[in-house]
Design a protein around this ligand. Structure first.
Ligand code: FAD
Length: 287
């Protein structure tokens, strides 16, 4: 199918993009990688009257280290993450997410910021980055504001980005060592969206779990932090009994809805299994 007719603009600066957004209000949509927006337009689920293509704006591409944070520009593609030495060295959980998102073509165009702005409940970036100290910076004509990811995503396909605003960067705290992270997803076919997914970021103190962050994807309207399981693990020596109890708490934290990918019971069970798998990989990487 063809999308409905729309006007097209390709601003060269963030200010120009904000000017266009202000002028066109609710009629305008930002076009980043186009990997979610264009399929929706072709299916006529979305019919914006005006597209503001941000791909020609200098300064939004790529990623860089700033002190103890990794800063990702709004045009940083999934493939840029997978190719980054900083990610390989410090944030393997992000490497897992990049490599499990869609296929090579989508990864070459799709952006991390676009994935967060789209806020698909089964999206890999919202789920994986929820296990990290992630903030999102939004620009408007009136200024900029930075929000934790947990506040940025409000509901399924709904974020704090209002008409007239644009996400300009995503910032992630580089985890302290010794520690490690992993993101595991279960999909029905290679390259598909998750039936369920789990991210774990651990900090170790010998054989004790100094800190544990656990995120779940596709088992709720938004990504979920399994905070009761995190609290249980904190400061404890890692043992099979402790992990069984943590798995039970992870299953309890999941809040899935039934659909063609599976029943509530199946997805809840899967959340526990994926937690155990990502925990094992994270632990191995920590050591
Ligand atoms: C075949 C296929 C398979 C896929 N499989 C997966 C998968 O397994 N896992 C997964 O997570 N994703 C998957 N995706 C989605 C893909 O990851 C998209 O790249 C991503 O969801 C959106 O990023 P984008 O840059 O393409 O955004 P776009 O499609 O350009 O935009 C998406 C939405 O976000 C808004 N937006 C984009 N950038 C900004 C910004 N800077 N500020 C404010 N709003 C913005 C747009 O206006 C639009 O509403 C798949 C896509 C396809 C086509």
């Amino acid at each position: 199918m063809y999308p409905a007719a729309f006007e097209y603009f390709a601003p060269r600066t963030v200010d120009e993009a904000l000017e266009l957004l202000a002028r066109h209000g609710e009629d305008a949509k930002i076009l980043a990688g186009g990997q979610s927006l264009l399929p929706m337009m072709k299916l006529r689920i979305a019919s914006p009257r005006c597209l503001i293509d941000v791909n020609r704006i200098d300064g939004l591409a790529g990623l860089r280290r700033e002190g103890d944070r990794l800063v990702i520009g709004a045009l940083c593609r999934h493939a840029d993450i997978a190719a980054s030495p900083i990610v390989h060295e410090h944030l393997p959980i992000m490497l897992d997410a990049a490599n499990q998102t869609a296929d090579v073509q989508v990864r070459n165009r799709g952006t991390v910021a676009g994935s967060l702005a789209h806020a698909d409940p089964a999206g890999d970036w919202p789920a994986a980055l929820m296990a990290l100290d992630t903030t999102v910076t939004i620009a408007a004509k009136s200024g900029r504001r930075t929000l934790p990811l947990a506040d940025f995503i409000v509901d399924a396909y709904t974020t704090q980005v209002a008409a007239g605003e644009i996400v300009i960067e995503v910032s992630i705290g580089i985890p302290a060592r010794p520690g490690g992270g992993a993101y595991v997803k279960f999909e029905k076919r290679a390259g598909d969206f998750a039936v369920a997914s789990a991210g774990v970021q651990l900090g170790l103190d010998g054989d004790r779990c100094r800190t544990a962050a656990i995120s779940l994807g596709a088992v709720g309207a938004t990504p979920i932090r399994a905070s009761a399981a995190e609290t249980l693990l904190q400061g404890k020596a890692i043992s099979p009994d402790l992990l069984s109890e943590a798995e039970r708490l992870v299953r309890d934290a999941a809040d899935p809805f039934p659909d063609t990918r599976g029943s509530v019971e199946y997805k809840r069970h899967l959340a526990g299994v994926l937690f155990r798998r990502s925990f094992a990989i994270a632990l191995n990487r920590s050591r």
